[in-house]
Design a protein around this ligand. Structure first.
Ligand code: SPD
Length: 287
């Protein structure tokens, strides 16, 4: 093990623990909404931080984006029109646009600077999505967007926000989930990053409970994003008619999974089943 003292460390601090990478800062600026930092890490390539919290990195992003997108898009009844709230680095859009059935994908990001910085410093993450004519970028508050969306507009809605502080706070509220439900078409799927069952336990439990209350059917899936607090992460999927996010459609699996790093139908099955016993008990107790 070596420790090159010539490069610096950048740490995310959370509840008395720090989660750090070695490298150097490429850019650090304050937008209208938040502090945006791009860090060139030795281990995971270029990384994006918002308000000092790790969001993504070139060599970690598939661990997150594949797990957020594919359980939803492989199982929704149809996937012609979708909505991403947040996702300004482009990784979620890139994974969605791998599905040829998508005709229109609305990306609603509150902070234009996140998109600008991601396109300039992290172009690999958005990849071809930025030039795809199906992607419609809207610089707007995602909460307002869903308040104003008509009923039955989208086949899927994916919430790719940051932790519930600052501009992302309202993305964890019941009223936001109700607007998402109203905006979904029959057979549609809602997907959201739902924080770590270790370092954000209360938020994780509250998020799953609230989504379940609103949609009736909702389940968390567990995986790993090693750069995030605790490395142990979750995503929650919801539907109105039944838990059909548990059953990916074989044709879509065949078209997508061979080029995935993490996601496959087998991985997904295990990841839904890998609910830790203490979380299962806590969720059952609140039913
Ligand atoms: N604590 C990290 C939570 C990050 C969630 N969003 C990441 C954005 C990647 N597109």
């Amino acid at each position: 093990m070596t420790n090159n003292q010539t490069s610096k460390w950048f740490d995310e601090y959370h509840k008395g623990v720090r989660y750090g990478l070695q490298g150097e800062i490429l850019i650090d600026l304050k937008s209208e909404y938040q502090q945006i930092t791009v860090f060139n890490s030795r281990r995971y390539g270029r990384a994006l931080l918002l308000n000092g919290c790790w969001m993504t990195a070139e060599l970690q992003e598939k661990n997150y984006h594949e797990c957020l997108v594919h359980p939803a898009l492989s199982s929704a009844l149809q996937i012609k029109k979708g909505l991403i709230i947040g996702g300004g680095d482009g990784g979620t859009a890139r994974e969605c646009l791998r599905y040829q059935d998508i005709e229109q994908l609305d990306l609603v990001e509150i902070d234009e600077k996140v998109i600008e910085i991601s396109q300039k410093y992290l172009p690999i993450i958005g990849g071809s999505a930025w030039k795809d004519p199906r992607l419609k970028i809207n610089i707007q508050d995602g909460i307002e967007w869903t308040e104003n969306t008509k009923e039955n507009t989208y086949d899927f809605i994916i919430v790719d926000g940051s932790d519930p502080a600052g501009p992302a706070e309202g993305l964890f509220n019941e009223s936001f989930f109700r607007n998402c439900k109203r905006s979904l078409r029959a057979g549609g799927i809602f997907a959201m990053q739902s924080e770590s069952p270790e370092s954000f336990l209360t938020i994780h439990l509250d998020t799953v409970r609230t989504i379940r209350k609103v949609f009736k059917y909702a389940d968390p899936l567990y995986g790993w994003v090693p750069m995030y607090p605790s490395g142990w992460w979750s995503w929650t999927f919801a539907a109105m008619e039944g838990a059909h996010y548990l059953k990916p459609l074989p044709q879509r699996v065949d078209a997508i999974s061979q080029d995935c790093k993490i996601w496959s139908a087998q991985w997904q099955k295990g990841a839904f089943q890998a609910i830790p016993a203490f979380i299962e008990r806590a969720l059952k107790a609140s039913n």
